[in-house]
Ligand binder design. Sequence first.
Ligand SMILES: Cc1ncc(C[n+]2csc(CCOP(=O)(O)OP(=O)(O)O)c2C)c(N)n1
Ligand code: SF4
Length: 273
Amino acid sequence: MGVNYHEYLREKMMPHIWCSGCTHGIVTKALIRAIHKAGFDKNKVVVVSGIGCASRMPGYLDFNTLHTTHGRALAFATGVKLANPELKVIVVSGDGDAVAIGGNHFIHACNRNIDITLVVLNNNIYGMTGGQRSPTTYEGDISSTSVYGSIGQPIDVVNLAVGAGATFVARSTSYHVQQLESYIYSGLMHKGFSVIDAVSACYTAYGRRNKQRYKSAADMLNYMKNNVVNISYAKDKKPEELKNKIIVGIFKDVTEPEYCEEYADMVKKIKSR
Ligand SMILES: Cc1ncc(C[n+]2csc(CCOP(=O)(O)OP(=O)(O)O)c2C)c(N)n1
Ligand code: SF4
């Protein structure tokens, strides 16, 4: 059954701030559909963000929402979840918010395996502040702080999440909306910390500076369409064959003790002493 988006949006907050061609709205709609499919009670859903264009999303969503400080969304979300584990807590972050200024919180949230879903709207740039290089900017690409080309390999959000201990980790793109929605849904249904790396496009601050790859905003979606590689295909490929490719799929899906449950068990044990 189709989703009535009006039920999930705060229309009084419109118009939104996103530029034409920005795909943060596509990820927002995929998240709404995934929540709708999961059938959560709207009053039990909390969406938390930090600062950035991606982080404006909760303002537009009609759930319990928190717009916090840059890089600290996971810390606030952890507090919310520990205070009331019945709540369904979702965090949305830009790549800068999630793995630059918020990198430490990201690692420890993964390591704790707390039952929170993080959607990283990964557009490879600091969009809101004018296009500074982010940890996921491709090597050689131009940004306002790498005017001769970005030096070094980008951080892979998926590898970082897997290594730090997240128990559900997946990636898809704003072009592959059905796959993206299904991964967000799986993350929401997963017990433990889930990370969905949602590849997003920012033509305003990133694409237009990198005309060698993107001639227009639409071309950024064409790039996703033409450069996606499924994880099963990528497995046997050499790193140079995968350079600048977008590997999509479910990278990890395991069951491990969840932090709030372990915490509650410990409280019970202490009280019964
Ligand atoms: C402590 C702190 N440092 C820096 C900033 C400035 N700042 C606001 S948003 C932002 C970058 C946002 O980039 P990203 O998280 O990738 O999201 P996008 O805007 O690309 O969606 C920065 C550096 C801030 N608000 N607070
Ligand atoms: S600056 Fe980039 S990330 Fe921000 S709204 Fe515009 S296109 Fe989207």
